[in-house]
Design a protein around this ligand. Structure first.
Ligand code: IVH
Length: 697
């Protein structure tokens, strides 16, 4: 039954003589004996992987393991026909991909409803009990930690790992098979497995390994990951699986999808089976028969949380019995038989050693608390934004205060409150400076706004932020310009405005003398600069950094006005005629083009070869102008072409996939994954009736 009968497979050493024969005669034909040896090595290596990665009880030394591994690599190199998909040598990664393929999940990968209090958990239990009243017998719950990683699905056909995918939108995920194959705790072959088995679980990175990885990255001058979850997700979603292979990842199984040729009665039973066939099932999984026990479990795991080597953000409670699960049923996005009971955000106390002011791209001054470094939620925190002057006053924060800070998931840490009882009179009040800490210009606070601003557009801090923004991915996408590098380039006086970026090649010699630079980096940067010279209009508009114009508005503006030249000519009235442009945005746009310095920069950009594209102006000024629609399912009264025509008649646009830029999803009968995506992103979903009303309104 089990993949490993926990006895090491045949350990007899391969007769040396055979290798000698191969060497002497250069025989390149695979003999039965060689085949047998390769198979035997594979079995032994997988057995030792299991001892090491799953049970954490190795039986042999690393050197002995390496010897077996090297022998197999050598054999496979000589006889490539011996390489099988499940060979442990295949865990090292495959050639890089251009992009990920997609995998449609046979059964949707649902998400979980959340409870944040005991009352909300009680409500869940009440609902479950009502739905099962007179139908189901006793309720048992399987409880387990809620891992904070990346959900994936592994498909095994006849025991062989064939496809691995991310959860994606729950219906369709990305094909990350080659990457998942590099994770040692994912078995490549299962013995005596069902014909088809889909295993679901979470890819995570242990906190200890995450810390080591970040130390190495810092040493190599690379950006550290924010937290283990980002590190795990980023590593799995790598186009180059060799990078994934170099990252220490783990897989915890927490359920199954489709299974054929075998069946189970309960979740707990399934989990024990998964454990038996070689998956890591979390050691804290339990089956409990009353809610008092569940509450006790919640408290126990909450107490354990910090001592675990992996991040968890709550517990998951599942009705154990599959028949009962079936009776209770599912909603379109989440089952009614399970709930995630989340932990409160982690809080710790530390001291505010100083409050410093940061100057942003638009000149806004933000007070930032410099904290005595402290670990919270798996990462070390040493800064927390205090947002603005009002917030600072409201919380009555002083330098030297002992404070409670919290961090929920990967949310930026925040100061919850001051522990006033710890004050000893040495604390110092802080007020926002009347001069910019970077350029010394006077700062102002516009009436009605909370922000204090530096109004010198030449301020170095603003310049760094503006350049960093210009180079960012949704703007001109110039890779290779890290924040520190931009700071240095500005500091040295090579860059005084965004257009100066294109003069970087002229300063090659001096730049190469700076820290964190190198020939290869430089030539890549020059190429990236060159490639950025032909942007899409929406990216260019966003890159200019017009106040209040974010990514979405930039794309609306591009579609509505079609070119920078045309945008420049618009009056406030003309601008506000567009649905999403209000008076504040309109004024920002006008102020931007009125400023001669900006016009000079635009001219300079053109001079250096940046093309100012034109895009097709959305037809009509109809009531749907600037609105993006997506159609899914079958409409009764319209064909797809007819619906598209109607939308376009009123100035709207129909696109094929749902994104955060989508304004409406029109859902007919039998909607597909676009419907779920819309739910996930909170996009407006209209029925056919509502769509008709919108048109005739
Ligand atoms: S069960 C229908 N069990 O939570 C059941 N999920 O909000 C669906 N997660 O995307 C999943 N630990 O990535 C389950 N022990 C656990 C889990 C777990 C973490 C994640 C999972 C999923 C999300 C659902």
């Amino acid at each position: 039954m089990s993949r490993f009968n926990l006895k090491c497979p045949d350990k007899v050493n391969f007769p040396l003589t055979l290798f000698n024969k191969i060497d002497i005669f250069q025989v390149n034909m695979v003999t039965e004996e060689i085949k047998k040896r390769a198979k035997q090595l594979r079995k032994q290596i997988e057995y030792h992987n299991y001892r090491y990665y799953i049970l954490d009880k190795p039986e042999i030394t690393d050197a002995e393991y390496d010897k077996l591994f090297d022998e197999l690599v050598e054999l496979e190199k000589r006889f490539p026909e011996l390489v099988t998909l499940d060979s442990p040598t295949q865990r090292v990664g495959a050639p890089p991909l251009e992009k990920f393929g997609t995998v449609r999940h046979a059964l949707p990968m649902l998400s979980l409803n959340k409870a944040t209090t005991a009352e909300e958990f009680n409500d869940f239990h009440r609902r479950v009990s009502e739905l099962l009243a007179n139908k189901g017998g006793e309720i048992n719950y399987t409880v387990e930690p809620k891992f904070d990683g990346l959900a994936v699905e592994l498909i095994y056909k006849n025991g062989l790992f064939v496809t691995g995918s991310t959860r994606g939108d729950g219906i369709t995920g990305e094909d990350v098979t080659v990457n998942l194959r590099t994770i040692n705790s994912i078995p490549l072959r299962l013995n005596n497995a069902p014909v088809l088995l889909e295993v679901r679980g979470e890819v995570i990175m242990f906190k200890s390994q995450f810390n080591k990885l970040n130390e190495n990255r810092l040493r190599a001058g690379e950006e550290p990951f924010a937290n283990p979850r980002n590190a795990a997700a980023g590593s799995v979603r790598q186009l180059d699986s060799k990078i994934t292979a170099s990252r220490p990842l783990q897989f915890f199984a927490y359920g199954i999808g489709t299974i054929s040729g075998m069946s189970f009665n309960s979740h707990f039973e399934t989990m024990m089976y998964l454990k038996q066939i070689g998956f890591i099932v979390n050691e804290h999984i339990s089956k409990l028969d009353n809610i008092k026990e569940v509450k006790r479990y919640y408290t126990r795991i909450l107490e354990l949380r910090d001592s675990l080597d992996y991040d968890i953000d709550g517990i998951v409670i599942k009705v154990d019995n599959y028949h009962q699960q079936h009776i209770i049923g599912e909603l379109s996005r989440s089952p009614r038989w399970a709930i995630a009971w989340k932990f409160p955000p982690q809080q710790v106390t530390t001291v505010i050693e100083d409050i410093k002011v940061q100057v942003g791209r638009t000149g806004i001054l933000t007070p930032v608390a410099h904290l005595k470094p402290i670990r919270v939620g798996g990462v070390t925190v040493s800064r927390a934004s205090l947002h603005n002057e009002d917030e600072l006053k409201r919380k009555d924060i002083k330098i030297g205060d002992m404070v409670i800070i919290q961090r929920a998931g990967d949310v930026i840490p925040e100061v919850v409150k001051v522990i006033k009882s710890k004050r000893n009179g040495t604390e110092k009040s802080f007020s926002m400076p009347s001069a910019c800490p970077v350029c010394g210009s006077k700062t102002i606070r516009i009436e009605g706004e909370v922000a204090v601003r530096c109004i010198n557009p030449y301020c170095r801090a603003q310049l760094v932020e503006r350049i960093f923004h210009y180079a960012s991915k949704p703007a001109m996408d110039i890779e290779g310009l890290g924040y520190k590098t931009v700071e240095m380039l500005v500091e040295k006086g090579f860059i005084n405005d965004i257009a100066d970026l294109y003069k970087i090649p002229e300063h090659k010699e001096e730049i190469l003398k700076m820290e964190r630079t190198g020939e290869k980096w430089f030539s890549n940067l020059v190429r990236a600069l060159e490639n950025s010279k032909h942007p899409q209009l929406e990216n260019l508009i966003y890159a200019l950094g017009i106040r209040n114009v974010g990514e979405h508005l930039a794309s609306v503006i591009a579609k509505r006005f079609g070119s920078i030249d045309n945008l420049k000519k618009q009056s406030k009235e003309q601008l506000t005629r567009v649905n999403e442009i209000g008076p504040v945005v309109a004024e920002s746009i006008i102020a931007f083009f009125k400023d001669k310095r900006n016009i000079k920069i635009l001219n300079k950009l053109m001079e250096y070869g940046v093309t100012f594209p034109t895009s097709e102006i959305a037809t009509g000024t109809g009531k749907l102008s600037g609105k993006n629609f997506v159609l899914t399912g079958t409409l009764k009264g319209y064909t797809r072409q007819q619906a598209t025509k109607e939308i376009e008649k009123y100035g709207g646009r129909v696109t094929s996939s749902v994104s955060k830029n989508t304004d409406y999803v029109i859902a007919g009968s039998d909607p597909g994954s676009k419907y779920d995506k819309a739910l996930e992103l909170g996009v407006n979903i209209l029925s056919e009736e509502e769509f008709k009303n919108l048109l005739s309104d």
